[in-house]
Design a protein around this ligand. Structure first.
Ligand code: UD2
Length: 282
């Protein structure tokens, strides 16, 4: 048993943060043990995903692949937030899984669409999610599941290392550098560069995170600033001061634009290539 444990240890990647949060990579965990623990607790997982304006085209494939690979065997509710409820396809879901379509406004600017996700998730946590699910997993829609994403990701609050920056120094992170901004991170600070496409945690922790990020955006709006990478910048600032209790490797938000490095043994959740000029209205 001990031998089996030692033999599956990874020496090629960082597996724990300086604040002792695990960093989740392939081969570091036993999914059967974790599944047994989470089944005992009967956890219910909510997945939020936004499909606004032309992004409704991504929803069917996103859901089809989630049915194959996301939290197999657990209780799951998909919350699809859209301005066009009729565009959400009828897909057959496995047992213990359901889909809720929520109508949300379509902001004109794509930047507002991505940033306002924080406010909308916060408000729905308050109005209903808190009574319905234990954890929330918040994802971009122009993505597809390619391999299992299960309860190994769950923790009080987690972020995912951006695939473009897992070997970068903190100076290279594309953080917001204007000191007046509520998203500001100095060049010599920052632990990882986290992607805006995937974060999660308990409903209570995601309430705190989304509320904080939304307020940071409003504070910047008042002084006519929009952080460099929008919601992603505010999320990075949040995680600097409120450290995630688990960090996921880029397996959990890969982009083949960055190649196919061997160290990322599984590309579990992957960006679906898109032509920005065709999917964005402005
Ligand atoms: C990056 C981040 C994204 C966000 C954004 C902020 C990755 C993989 N993604 O992606 O999470 O932080 O930068 O600039 O790093 N959406 C719509 N309709 C629209 C536009 C956006 O529904 O017209 C939603 C949709 O769920 C989409 C998400 O917002 O997946 C993020 O927008 P994006 O994919 O256009 O942003 P992108 O690729 O610049």
């Amino acid at each position: 048993m001990i031998y089996a444990f030692l033999s599956s240890r990874r020496t090629d990647v960082l597996t724990v943060t300086p604040w002792l949060a695990p960093i989740v990579w392939n081969r570091l965990y036993n999914i059967d043990i974790l599944n047994a623990q989470f089944h005992k607790r009967g956890v219910h997982i909510g997945l939020t995903v936004f499909a606004i304006r032309k992004y409704t085209q991504f929803i069917e494939h996103f859901l089809d692949t989630a049915e194959k690979f996301f939290m197999t065997g657990h209780r799951v509710t998909y919350y699809v937030m859209t301005d066009q409820p009729a565009a959400v396809p009828n897909i057959t879901l496995a047992e213990k899984r359901n889909l809720v379509v929520l109508e949300v406004p379509a902001y004109k600017r794509w930047q507002d669409i991505t940033m306002r996700r924080m406010q909308i998730i916060r408000d729905y946590i308050h109005d209903r999610f808190v009574n319905e699910v234990d954890y929330l997993v918040c994802l971009d829609v122009d993505m597809e599941f390619k391999d299992q994403v299960g309860v190994e990701i769950l923790s009080d609050v987690y972020g995912v290392i951006h695939p473009g920056f897992f070997t970068s120094s903190r100076k290279e992170f594309t953080n917001e550098r204007r000191p007046q901004s509520a998203g500001y991170i100095p060049e010599d600070e920052g632990d990882f560069y986290y992607t805006g496409s995937h974060f999660g945690g308990t409903v209570e922790e995601i309430y705190k995170l989304t509320n904080h990020c939304h307020h940071a955006m409003l504070a910047d709006k008042d002084i006519n600033i929009e952080a460099l990478w929008h919601d992603e910048s505010y999320l990075n600032r949040y995680f600097l001061y409120y450290k995630p209790t688990k960090v996921l490797s880029p397996e959990y938000s890969w982009n083949y634009y960055y190649g196919d490095p061997a160290v990322v043994e599984k590309k579990r959740f992957v960006v679906f290539p898109k032509d920005y000029a065709k999917v964005r209205d402005n």
